[in-house]
Ligand binder design. Structure first.
Ligand code: 6OG
Length: 158
């Protein structure tokens, strides 16, 4: 039996650029990623996504502007937890990205994503996101740096 934990992951984009944050602490430290985290009790998934974005880089997005663009599942060898990560995108936002205790935000051109300093799975599913395709992916990791096996597919709807 796998214990499922749900997470959000948000990507803001503008003018062929995407906003990533360098994680300053905790799981995924020193990796560039979107913004997100765990759901709090009694919170909807889009409320959590919008809250985490604001907490981590001071950008505000209306929950109705968040589009669910992907669904990822991560498991780790010897660990009974499955991380279910709901990926959201938006081109509509308010505010200027600011560094927080959790993240250092930076805009990257969509054709120059820093994959060498990101989770290894990102190389596999980012191309779907960047082409505007909806996607489902599952990845089984041997350790934090090594994917043992994975499956990825384009979805017609979420
Ligand atoms: P906190 O622990 O900070 O939430 N996350 C991953 N993102 C990618 N791209 N690949 C992974 O491969 C990931 N594992 C977790 C989900 C963790 C944040 O990191 C994302 C959350 O947004 C294993 O609360």
């Amino acid at each position: 039996m796998l214990l499922k934990k749900v997470y959000t992951l948000v990507f803001i984009s503008k003018d062929q650029q995407i906003l990533l944050g360098l994680k300053k602490r905790g799981f995924g430290v020193n990796k560039w990623n979107g913004f997100g985290g765990k759901l709090e009790p009694n919170e909807t998934i889009v409320e959590a996504a919008s809250r985490e974005l604001q907490e981590e880089c001071c950008i505000r997005v209306k929950t109705t502007d968040l589009k669910n663009i992907g669904h990822l599942e991560f498991t780790f060898e010897g660990d009974k937890t499955m991380m279910e990560v709901r990926v959201f995108g938006s081109k509509l936002f308010e505010g200027i990205p600011r560094e927080t205790e959790e993240m250092l935000p930076k805009w990257f051109p969509c054709n120059n994503i820093p994959f060498d300093n990101m989770w290894p799975d990102d190389r596999i599913w980012f191309p779907y996101m960047l082409k505007g395709q909806l996607f489902y992916g599952r990845f089984h990791y041997k350790d934090l740096n090594t994917i043992l096996n994975y499956h990825i597919e384009e979805l017609k709807s979420m």
